[in-house]
Design a protein around this ligand. Sequence first.
Ligand code: HAM
Length: 420
Amino acid sequence: MDKIHSLTGMLDLYEDGDSSELSKNIFETEKRIKKIFSNYYLKEIRTPALEDTDLFKRSAGDISDIVNKEIYSFQDRNDKSISLRPEGTASVIRSVIEKKLDQSTHKLWYMGPMWRYERPQKGRYRQFYQAGVEILGYPEGAPEFEMVSLVCSIVEEFNIADCTLKINHLGSQENKKAYCDALIKFLEPLKKNLDEKDLERLARNPLRVLDSKNQDTQLILKDAPSLKEFLEPKSIELLESIKDEFSDICNIEIDYTLVRGLDYYSGFVFEALSSNLGAQDSFLGGGRYDDLCSKLGGKELPSIGMAIGIERFASLIGNSTHSDKILSFITLGSTLEAKTYKIAHRLRSLNKDIILDMQLSDSSLKAKLRRANKNGSEYAIIVGEEEFNNDTVIIKPLKDELKEQQTVSVDELFDFYKAL
Ligand code: HAM
C-alpha cells in the first residue's frame, strides 16, 4: 500500500533526537527559553491556532507577503474564511481586546507552531515554531531595554556565536511619511531598473524596498536618502544608548535600513542574525507596535514584542547542551522490576533536579549499560538478584573512569541521590 507522507515543509520532532540532532535541540531550546521567560516575570498566554482571516489582513497589512502569498486560509463548513496563524502577535492583541484587558499592562510569552506557505529551504519551513514575547501597555523607554536585555540573556545562555543584533527606529508616523516621500522621489526616476516585486513594494509600501533581495536594487539604494536624517534626536539617542549599554554582551549594530516584514511596526525594531544560518539568517525579530491594538478595535495600547524562530535558533546551539544530570536505573531479571520500582519512585521524589531513566526493556546488562552511556547518564544504579536479596544496590560511575563502582545499602543510595 502507498505510504502517507508528511506535508512539504513540515517536520516530525522527536525529543530523543532519533530523527535528527535538530529535533533534540528544539526541545532543549524550548525548555531553557521558558526558564528565561519566567526569570523576566513573563506569563504564558495560549491562543488558538486558527483565527478569522481578517485578523491577519488587518494586522500584518494587506500588502505584506505574509498575508498576500503565505497565509494558509480556507473556508470552514460555514463558509467563513479562517486562517492558520502565521505569527502570534495579532492573536494576542485580538484576545486582550476581546477580554477587555486592553486597558491594563501585561508581560506575556507564548510558544507554538505558526504556518506560512513559503518555498521550503534550509531554515525555512511551512510549519515552524516560535517563542514570542509581548510587553503590552508601556510606551517607549524601559520596555526597549527590557526587550534587548531579554535577547542578550538568550544569546548569552545559549552561547550563540557570530550573532549580530541589528536595531533601528522607524520614527513617528510623520517621520515615516516624510522618509517614504523622499524615498519615492529618489526611486521614481530609477523605476526602469527595479524588478516587478520592488516596483510593487514601491507603489504599496516604499519602506519595504529597503528589504529587497535584488542586488541591483541594493546597489541603487546605496545613494538613497538615509532614514537617520528623518528621525528625531531622541530616537537616535535611544538606539545609541541601547548599543552602549549592551554591546559588551552582544554585538549590536545600528542599521538604518532595517525594516520588518510586517506592517504593524512603528518606532524601535530589531532582528538577530547569525552568519552560521545561511540565507535564512534571522533567528529572531520584533519591535514596537503602538497602533495595532487601536487598529484592531481596541484601546490605545503601546506595545513591543519579539519572536524567536525555534528551528533556526536550535540549529545554532550545538550538540553538547545537556546540563541536566541523568542517571539510569537498571534491574536484572524481570521478576525484580516490580519490587525495585518503589526504590526508583522514592529516588525521584528525593531529588527533582535529577532525570532518572528507568530502563524498561528485558535486555542484557551490557545492552542496558550501552543505553545508559548513550543517553549521557552519569551513573547507573544496578539491582541484580544478589543485591536484591541483600537489600543493596550497585552505583556504577559511567563518566569518570577513575571512580570505582560501589555496593551500598538502599538507605545509602537515598543519601547519595539526595546529595547529587
Ligand atoms: P517574524 O520576523 O515574521 O516576526 O518572525 C520571527 C522569526 O520567526 C524569524 O526571525 C524567523 O526566525 C522565524 N521564522 C519566520 N518564518 C519562518 C519560516 N517560514 N520557517 C522557519 N522560521 C521562520 C513575527 O512573527 C512577529 N510576530 C514578531 C513580533 C512579536 N513582533 C512583535 N511581537
